[in-house]
Design a protein around this ligand. Structure first.
Ligand SMILES: NC(=O)CC[C@H](N)C(=O)O
Length: 185
Protein backbone atom coordinates (compact mmCIF):
# COMPACT_ATOMS: atom_id res chain seq x y z
CA UNK A 1 0.00 0.00 0.00
CA UNK A 2 1.31 3.42 -0.95
CA UNK A 3 -0.29 6.53 0.52
CA UNK A 4 0.37 9.89 -1.11
CA UNK A 5 0.41 13.04 1.00
CA UNK A 6 -0.16 16.29 -0.87
CA UNK A 7 3.06 18.17 -0.09
CA UNK A 8 2.55 21.66 -1.48
CA UNK A 9 2.12 23.46 1.83
CA UNK A 10 1.01 22.86 5.42
CA UNK A 11 1.23 19.89 7.78
CA UNK A 12 2.26 17.16 5.32
CA UNK A 13 5.41 16.06 7.23
CA UNK A 14 3.32 15.30 10.30
CA UNK A 15 1.13 12.91 8.28
CA UNK A 16 4.18 11.21 6.78
CA UNK A 17 5.77 10.73 10.22
CA UNK A 18 2.54 9.29 11.63
CA UNK A 19 2.19 6.86 8.69
CA UNK A 20 5.83 5.82 9.08
CA UNK A 21 5.07 4.89 12.71
CA UNK A 22 2.47 2.53 11.26
CA UNK A 23 5.06 1.20 8.79
CA UNK A 24 3.09 2.37 5.78
CA UNK A 25 4.88 3.50 2.61
CA UNK A 26 4.31 7.13 1.74
CA UNK A 27 5.14 9.50 -1.07
CA UNK A 28 5.10 13.31 -1.11
CA UNK A 29 2.77 14.34 -3.90
CA UNK A 30 4.10 17.43 -5.67
CA UNK A 31 3.64 16.50 -9.30
CA UNK A 32 0.94 14.66 -11.15
CA UNK A 33 3.10 11.76 -12.38
CA UNK A 34 2.91 9.93 -9.02
CA UNK A 35 -0.85 10.27 -8.65
CA UNK A 36 -1.44 7.17 -10.77
CA UNK A 37 0.68 5.03 -8.42
CA UNK A 38 -0.91 5.87 -5.09
CA UNK A 39 -3.65 3.84 -3.37
CA UNK A 40 -4.91 6.72 -1.23
CA UNK A 41 -4.28 10.43 -0.77
CA UNK A 42 -4.12 12.69 2.27
CA UNK A 43 -4.71 16.41 1.84
CA UNK A 44 -3.21 18.01 4.97
CA UNK A 45 -4.07 21.04 7.00
CA UNK A 46 -2.53 24.36 6.14
CA UNK A 47 -3.95 27.34 4.35
CA UNK A 48 -6.69 26.32 1.94
CA UNK A 49 -6.57 29.43 -0.26
CA UNK A 50 -2.82 29.01 -0.83
CA UNK A 51 -3.09 25.25 -1.33
CA UNK A 52 -5.94 25.76 -3.80
CA UNK A 53 -3.75 28.10 -5.89
CA UNK A 54 -0.80 25.70 -5.71
CA UNK A 55 -2.99 22.85 -7.00
CA UNK A 56 -3.20 24.82 -10.24
CA UNK A 57 0.42 26.05 -10.36
CA UNK A 58 1.60 22.45 -9.95
CA UNK A 59 -1.00 21.21 -12.43
CA UNK A 60 -2.45 18.73 -9.93
CA UNK A 61 -6.11 19.63 -9.75
CA UNK A 62 -7.48 17.59 -12.68
CA UNK A 63 -5.51 14.43 -11.97
CA UNK A 64 -6.43 14.43 -8.26
CA UNK A 65 -10.08 15.13 -8.98
CA UNK A 66 -10.21 12.37 -11.59
CA UNK A 67 -8.82 9.74 -9.17
CA UNK A 68 -11.15 10.80 -6.35
CA UNK A 69 -14.16 10.60 -8.66
CA UNK A 70 -13.08 7.14 -9.77
CA UNK A 71 -13.06 5.94 -6.14
CA UNK A 72 -9.55 6.42 -4.72
CA UNK A 73 -9.78 6.93 -0.93
CA UNK A 74 -8.91 10.48 0.12
CA UNK A 75 -8.74 12.10 3.54
CA UNK A 76 -8.75 15.85 4.04
CA UNK A 77 -7.74 17.27 7.43
CA UNK A 78 -8.74 20.84 8.21
CA UNK A 79 -7.70 22.87 5.13
CA UNK A 80 -7.94 19.55 3.25
CA UNK A 81 -11.61 19.35 4.25
CA UNK A 82 -12.12 22.84 2.81
CA UNK A 83 -10.45 21.81 -0.47
CA UNK A 84 -12.72 18.76 -0.88
CA UNK A 85 -16.05 20.49 -0.11
CA UNK A 86 -18.53 21.41 -2.80
CA UNK A 87 -19.64 24.49 -0.88
CA UNK A 88 -17.51 26.82 1.25
CA UNK A 89 -19.95 29.73 1.42
CA UNK A 90 -19.14 32.98 -0.36
CA UNK A 91 -15.74 31.88 -1.66
CA UNK A 92 -15.20 29.73 -4.73
CA UNK A 93 -14.90 26.04 -3.83
CA UNK A 94 -11.78 24.09 -4.85
CA UNK A 95 -11.95 20.37 -5.77
CA UNK A 96 -15.74 20.22 -5.24
CA UNK A 97 -16.04 16.47 -4.70
CA UNK A 98 -17.85 16.13 -1.35
CA UNK A 99 -21.44 17.04 -0.71
CA UNK A 100 -20.88 19.23 2.37
CA UNK A 101 -21.01 22.93 3.22
CA UNK A 102 -18.00 24.00 5.27
CA UNK A 103 -17.50 27.08 7.39
CA UNK A 104 -13.87 28.23 7.33
CA UNK A 105 -12.29 29.45 10.58
CA UNK A 106 -15.46 28.26 12.27
CA UNK A 107 -14.06 28.82 15.77
CA UNK A 108 -12.51 32.24 15.04
CA UNK A 109 -9.20 33.03 13.37
CA UNK A 110 -6.83 33.59 16.30
CA UNK A 111 -8.09 32.02 19.49
CA UNK A 112 -9.79 29.14 17.76
CA UNK A 113 -7.20 26.47 18.63
CA UNK A 114 -7.87 23.83 21.28
CA UNK A 115 -7.69 20.10 21.95
CA UNK A 116 -10.81 18.06 22.50
CA UNK A 117 -11.50 14.38 23.09
CA UNK A 118 -14.56 12.75 21.68
CA UNK A 119 -16.32 10.11 19.70
CA UNK A 120 -15.22 9.37 16.13
CA UNK A 121 -17.20 6.70 14.24
CA UNK A 122 -17.38 3.75 16.70
CA UNK A 123 -14.37 4.88 18.72
CA UNK A 124 -14.44 6.92 21.91
CA UNK A 125 -12.00 9.27 23.61
CA UNK A 126 -10.22 10.16 20.36
CA UNK A 127 -7.77 13.10 20.56
CA UNK A 128 -8.82 16.00 18.39
CA UNK A 129 -6.57 19.05 18.06
CA UNK A 130 -8.34 21.94 16.34
CA UNK A 131 -6.20 24.67 14.75
CA UNK A 132 -8.19 27.55 13.25
CA UNK A 133 -10.46 24.77 12.15
CA UNK A 134 -13.44 24.69 9.85
CA UNK A 135 -16.59 22.75 10.72
CA UNK A 136 -19.34 21.25 8.57
CA UNK A 137 -22.54 23.32 8.47
CA UNK A 138 -24.55 21.00 6.28
CA UNK A 139 -24.25 17.52 4.83
CA UNK A 140 -25.89 16.21 1.68
CA UNK A 141 -27.40 12.78 1.24
CA UNK A 142 -24.91 9.88 1.23
CA UNK A 143 -22.76 11.74 3.75
CA UNK A 144 -22.24 9.86 7.02
CA UNK A 145 -21.56 12.05 10.06
CA UNK A 146 -18.67 10.50 12.06
CA UNK A 147 -18.16 13.05 14.82
CA UNK A 148 -20.02 15.90 16.49
CA UNK A 149 -18.30 18.08 19.09
CA UNK A 150 -20.23 20.85 20.87
CA UNK A 151 -23.06 20.52 18.36
CA UNK A 152 -20.78 20.97 15.35
CA UNK A 153 -20.02 18.29 12.76
CA UNK A 154 -16.24 17.80 12.73
CA UNK A 155 -15.81 14.53 10.81
CA UNK A 156 -17.75 12.93 7.98
CA UNK A 157 -17.49 10.45 5.16
CA UNK A 158 -19.04 10.20 1.71
CA UNK A 159 -18.08 6.84 0.19
CA UNK A 160 -14.31 7.08 -0.51
CA UNK A 161 -13.97 10.62 0.91
CA UNK A 162 -13.14 11.20 4.60
CA UNK A 163 -12.83 14.64 6.19
CA UNK A 164 -11.89 15.81 9.68
CA UNK A 165 -11.85 19.39 11.01
CA UNK A 166 -9.09 18.40 13.39
CA UNK A 167 -5.47 17.17 13.11
CA UNK A 168 -5.07 13.55 14.39
CA UNK A 169 -1.59 13.35 12.82
CA UNK A 170 -0.07 15.63 15.46
CA UNK A 171 -1.12 13.35 18.34
CA UNK A 172 -0.03 9.84 19.35
CA UNK A 173 -3.59 8.66 18.81
CA UNK A 174 -3.61 6.71 15.54
CA UNK A 175 -7.37 5.92 15.52
CA UNK A 176 -8.30 8.11 12.55
CA UNK A 177 -5.19 7.15 10.57
CA UNK A 178 -6.05 3.49 11.10
CA UNK A 179 -9.64 4.17 10.03
CA UNK A 180 -8.36 5.72 6.79
CA UNK A 181 -5.96 2.82 6.15
CA UNK A 182 -8.94 0.43 6.49
CA UNK A 183 -10.79 2.46 3.83
CA UNK A 184 -7.90 1.67 1.46
CA UNK A 185 -7.53 -2.02 2.33
N1 LIG B 1 -5.28 24.05 10.37
C1 LIG B 1 -5.83 24.38 9.21
O1 LIG B 1 -5.73 23.65 8.22
C2 LIG B 1 -6.48 25.72 9.15
C3 LIG B 1 -7.31 25.95 7.92
C4 LIG B 1 -7.33 27.41 7.59
N2 LIG B 1 -8.00 28.18 8.62
C5 LIG B 1 -7.99 27.63 6.23
O2 LIG B 1 -9.03 28.18 6.17
O3 LIG B 1 -7.44 27.23 5.25
Amino acid sequence: MLIGVLALQGAFREHILALEKMEIDTIEVKSNDCIKEIDGLIIPGGESTTMGKLLDSFDLRDEIKKRILSGMPVWGTCAGMILLAKDIGKEKAHLKVMNIRVKRNGYGRQLGSFISKGKFANYTNVSMPFIRAPYIEKVGKNVEVLSIIDGKIVAARENNILVTSFHPEITDDLTVLEYFVKMIE
